[in-house]
Design a binder for this molecule. Structure first.
Ligand SMILES: Cc1cc2nc3c(=O)[nH]c(=O)nc-3n(C[C@H](O)[C@H](O)[C@H](O)COP(=O)(O)OP(=O)(O)OC[C@H]3O[C@@H](n4cnc5c(N)ncnc54)[C@H](O)[C@@H]3O)c2cc1C
Length: 290
């Protein structure tokens, strides 16, 4: 039994990888995919249902399968969705959920996944032949041979003292967090990045007379993508051409900045090109740098 804690993109992709491995080697496998909010296949980023909450990268750069970069583009075509540009995040959630279901079907009957909605509150040494015992908030327990921690980022910390009460929303991505906000009263958003845009879209859609004020230290807004863009000149980037061996994060950042400075096109091309290389580069980083 493998317990995957967190049902977001990371936990889902880890489960898909385990299922594919089990199917390929005809191994029996049980996976418990545990998410405290029941957001299996979705997590924080892809559980929004608002159609104007978009992915921050184009379709061609968001395949969930490292060995098949065109996978999402083909899925989008079959689903009748645009094959370039930026998909709604809810569509990406559907993509991940369907991918998980397909991996389950291919690995059955030897491999199975149970989706559990509960919060893991402790992991202790196990007994009865299992290495680990997971304790769930709802008093349950799961005995597992291994656990994958895919719990995402830590919740945001308040940037200054804040009043208690329902007029301060610490995390807009918690389920139902914004439900009480669009009542026509003005709303202040701390931060002027993509989450601010998503929050403003959701609030003003629900109540068009809501005024949203966004505050940040430099009042910098997200820059528009130039779109459509030519394919990135991947081979021109030293960081991408780096062969095997150990890589230091400082070196990676220096190479990245140098590539961006020397590249005549948009710096976003370099981010997109780097994205496809992340698994390999991650493997090359020493533990301390990860
Ligand atoms: C609003 C938003 C939009 C984003 N858009 C993009 C995008 O367009 N493209 C992109 O590449 N990246 C995007 N990201 C980055 C995104 O975080 C990653 O792409 C990816 O979705 C992270 O997945 P994750 O599984 O690591 O984390 P999460 O999605 O945070 O999933 C972690 C899950 O673990 C669960 N969990 C946590 N603790 C426990 C516990 N103790 N017990 C049980 N369950 C637990 C949580 O409920 C959550 O569902 C976005 C992020 C956010 C917040």
């Amino acid at each position: 039994m493998i317990a995957v804690i967190g049902g977001g993109a990371s936990g889902t992709l880890a489960t898909i990888t385990l299922l594919r491995e089990a199917a390929g080697r005809r191994l029996p496998l049980r996976v418990a995919l545990i998410d405290r909010h029941g957001r299996h296949g979705l997590g924080r980023a892809y559980s929004t249902t608002h159609p104007a909450h978009l992915l921050n990268s184009p379709v061609g750069a968001m395949s969930a399968l490292a060995d098949d970069p065109g996978h999402l583009t083909r899925w989008a075509a079959q689903a009748g969705l645009p094959q370039d540009g930026f998909l709604p995040r809810s569509a990406y959630g559907r993509y991940l959920t369907e991918l998980l279901a397909a991996a389950e079907r291919s690995a059955q009957p030897a491999a199975r996944v149970s989706r559990i909605t509960s919060q893991v509150v402790a992991i202790r040494r196990g007994s009865h032949g299992r290495a680990l015992r997971l304790h769930l908030a709802a008093d349950g327990r799961i005995d597992a041979d291994a656990a994958v921690l895919a719990t995402g980022n830590l919740p945001p910390v308040p940037p200054c003292p804040v009043p208690q009460g329902d007029r301060y929303i610490a995390d807009p991505w918690e389920p139902g967090a914004l439900d009480a906000a669009p009542d026509g009263s003005p709303v202040v958003v701390l931060g002027t990045g993509l989450t601010m845009l998503d929050v403003a879209i959701a609030l003003t859609d629900a109540h068009p007379r809501t005024t949203v004020h966004a505050i940040s230290r430099h009042a910098l807004l997200p820059r528009e993508h130039n779109w459509p863009r030519p394919a990135a000149a991947v081979s021109a980037m030293p960081v991408i051409r780096r062969p095997g061996g150990t890589l230091r994060i400082t070196r990676l950042i220096r190479d990245f900045r140098a590539s961006a400075a020397a590249y005549p096109g948009d710096w976003q091309d370099i981010v997109d090109a780097l994205r496809l290389q992340i698994p390999r580069l991650w493997e090359q980083l020493p533990e301390a740098d990860k």
